[in-house]
Design a protein around this ligand. Sequence first.
Ligand SMILES: *[C@@H]1O[C@H](CO)[C@@H](O)[C@H](O)[C@H]1NC(C)=O
Ligand SMILES: *[C@@H]1O[C@H](CO)[C@@H](O)[C@H](O)[C@H]1NC(C)=O
Ligand SMILES: *[C@@H]1O[C@H](CO)[C@@H](O)[C@H](O)[C@H]1NC(C)=O
Ligand SMILES: *[C@@H]1O[C@H](CO)[C@@H](O)[C@H](O)[C@H]1NC(C)=O
Length: 542
Amino acid sequence: MHFTKKAAIASSLLLGQASAALQPIVMKGTKFFYSNGTQFYMNGIAYQQDSAAGGASTGSTKYLDPLADEKACARDVPFLKALRTNTIRTYAIDPTQNHDACMKLLDDAGIYVISDLSEPALSINRDDPLWDVDLLDRYTKVVDALAPYSNVIGFFAGNEVTNNASNTDASAFVKAAVRDTKAHIKKNWPERWLGVGYATNDDADIRDPMAAYFNCGDQEMAIDYWGYNIYSWCGESTFEKSGYSTQVENFRNYSVPVFFAEYGCNVPNGAAARIWQETGALYSDKMTDVFSGGIVYMYFQEENDYGIVKINGNAAVTQKDFAPLATAMASIKPSSVAMDSYTPTNQPQACPEIQKNWKVKGDSLPPTPNKSTCDCMFNSLSCAPASDLTAREYPEIFGFICGADKKACAGISADTESGVYGAYSMCNAKQKLGYVLDAYYKNQGNAKDACDFKGKAVLAKSASVPDNCKSALASASSVNSIAATATSGSGTSGGGSGSGSGSGKKDNSAAGPMRSLFTLGDVAVGLYALVAMGVGAGVVLL
Ligand SMILES: *[C@@H]1O[C@H](CO)[C@@H](O)[C@H](O)[C@H]1NC(C)=O
Ligand SMILES: *[C@@H]1O[C@H](CO)[C@@H](O)[C@H](O)[C@H]1NC(C)=O
Ligand SMILES: *[C@@H]1O[C@H](CO)[C@@H](O)[C@H](O)[C@H]1NC(C)=O
Ligand SMILES: *[C@@H]1O[C@H](CO)[C@@H](O)[C@H](O)[C@H]1NC(C)=O
């Protein structure tokens, strides 16, 4: 990782010599600024072909890195410029690719980048949420790939992950991702500001608690900005009729920047008929007190019919709504305040209480993934998965053990409503399986046949625990005994029975694997393996 970072810095310095690199954007209170103190509004456009945003699963694990294709960038940047774009949003970049050429083309055109951290096969899945070592690894690699470029504003830790009242638990894992990504930036890129935010859909049932949740509490764990995906202004409308006025009031007291992370309603007559009235509204005085601009969805015309440019062979062909957007962008004149004369007054929101539409405890987050702690644990097991065991076979074993011996699963459990998380809930699926096999075996008094499962589990020679593992294992063990107590205490209360989705989870305290097994069937088991393992589990899905 060090090598990468140094090489990346070196390459950005070289770029810096070739042209004056754009000044980094910074955040103060609810606003963005250029480093020179002039206020910055996002004039954005989403820029990714076949975008499969995180949070959902499309069944496809392929993605095209839009910042790694110099020819495409060279083709498209003039069109972005014609729209006065100063920001593009990318949804999935490949940290192993070289981004110098595209980043320089963008930089020369005055264009910044804000990027999602996930990719289709490695994202926080709303139906089976996790925050684990594989996801942290993916997120930090994306940060390290983009941080060297001064024209990067920051990141989204998730996109529409929690999207209605049935999956609010997923937000706990996204907020843990925010916390750990921010910590990584602070430690590895201390010389500059880079934001970590969240992009959300708008669901009236959860709007208030969710916005409060991501903004509340210790600001080292809270989002730096809130991106709203809003499609409520369609064709001809007004500030009031579109609901924009309500959004302005909702966020007037928010303490960090808010902007539209996607906008551009395509009904009733398709993308081509868009007239971009809402663009004028977004940058008018009615909104600029509260909103910092927005990102048009999107550049590429595809099947979903949201594009302003269609790629035909190697050529980019502007669509009918391109010229109106260029006109709208040319006529915006958002009023601005200088950084020095702006004194933020808003305070972070209070964390939301547990309620019908919010099942996440405010002040308790899933643990930080730590590969070395998981390795320590796995190497210390007396009973471990057989070496040829495949991920497909895990759910059955999780299902058996967590059903028969709840306490054995407490160390990998995650209960967002009580805020109790097992210390190993952040390990990968194989490590978690090893943990429950071992715990079950020990709870059965080390009976030989308690470590078998038809040859799927094997007794391991117990090696002595290395010194560097001792304290990590001891503290995990104390976390897990608290989790075990909490688990056994809540089992009989039937507390989650108010909503259909809550009850199943409450009983299956080993939320992750158990839920896949019992409530979602085979496809979800495949999904679980895909998300948890980061393996090429497309095979499982297809
Ligand atoms: C700061 O930089 C921006 C972007 O280059 C520029 O538009 C603005 O005029 C600059 N402001 C000052 C005070 O120099
Ligand atoms: C919530 O969203 C999920 C995933 O998009 C969907 O399957 C489910 O039907 C939705 N539930 C409600 C109550 O809208
Ligand atoms: C915003 O804060 C002001 C002052 O504290 C308060 O009077 C107002 O009710 C708040 N508005 C919302 C929507 O919370
Ligand atoms: C991970 O755990 C090890 C002990 O296993 C500890 O030394 C290290 O500091 C932890 N890393 C992080 C990033 O917390």
